[in-house]
Design a protein around this ligand. Structure first.
Ligand code: 5GP
Ligand code: ZN
Length: 165
């Protein structure tokens, strides 16, 4: 597998090595990285691994993970996230060419409420076909009449505007 060219990540060394050592015992994806359990790997470089999801939503479904253990989007350094989406783009393009996919979903869950099962951040890259039969259960809601939507938006915006965010 030829490494995809990407600026070198500046997240550094011992703190993360320690984190991997700690997590390899109880994180299934760290065990895959360590070679302790098998996976169908489709891409690997110094900081990223991509393998086939064992229970695909649609056949060809792949998972993109950093080799260093971070639980979710909030706790991952921005440059790690950037690398994940960069690699996901390459995987998506390869799925389109190799599988003749008609479309691609990129999915990422954070926390049990959002359906995250494995607490090692990962991007789902899911090939979609015109008649694959999969449907997201995308039930929309409606804001109450009045200021509800604006107030929720304002509270998020105010948080972003706090120093250091
Ligand atoms: P989450 O729900 O956390 O976003 O997604 C976790 C994904 O990991 C699921 O789609 C699940 O099928 C996949 N998965 C869980 N355990 C394993 C495993 O041992 N091997 C592989 N290849 N995929 C796994
Ligand atoms: Zn892990």
């Amino acid at each position: 597998m030829k490494p995809i060219s990407f600026p070198v990540l500046s997240v550094s060394s011992s703190e993360f090595d320690e984190r991997v050592r700690k997590n390899v015992n109880d994180c299934i994806f760290c065990k895959i990285i360590a070679g302790q359990i098998p996976a169908c790997k489709i891409y690997e470089d110094a900081d990223t691994l991509v393998f086939m999801d064992i229970w695909p939503i649609v056949k060809g479904h792949a998972l993109v993970i950093p080799k260093r253990h971070y639980a979710d989007i909030v706790s991952s350094p921005a440059e790690v996230l950037a690398k994940l989406i960069f690699v996901a783009q390459k995987i998506a393009a390869a799925q389109k060419r190799a599988l003749k996919a008609d479309g691609i979903n990129i999915m990422q869950s954070n926390g049990r409420a959002a359906g995250q099962v494995v607490d090692h951040i990962h991007l789902h890259v899911i090939p979609r076909f015109n008649s694959d039969g999969h449907h997201w259960n995308w039930k929309t809601q409606k804001y109450a009449d009045g200021p509800e939507m604006q107030e929720l938006g304002d509270s998020i915006s105010a948080e972003l505007n706090k120093a250091g965010k």
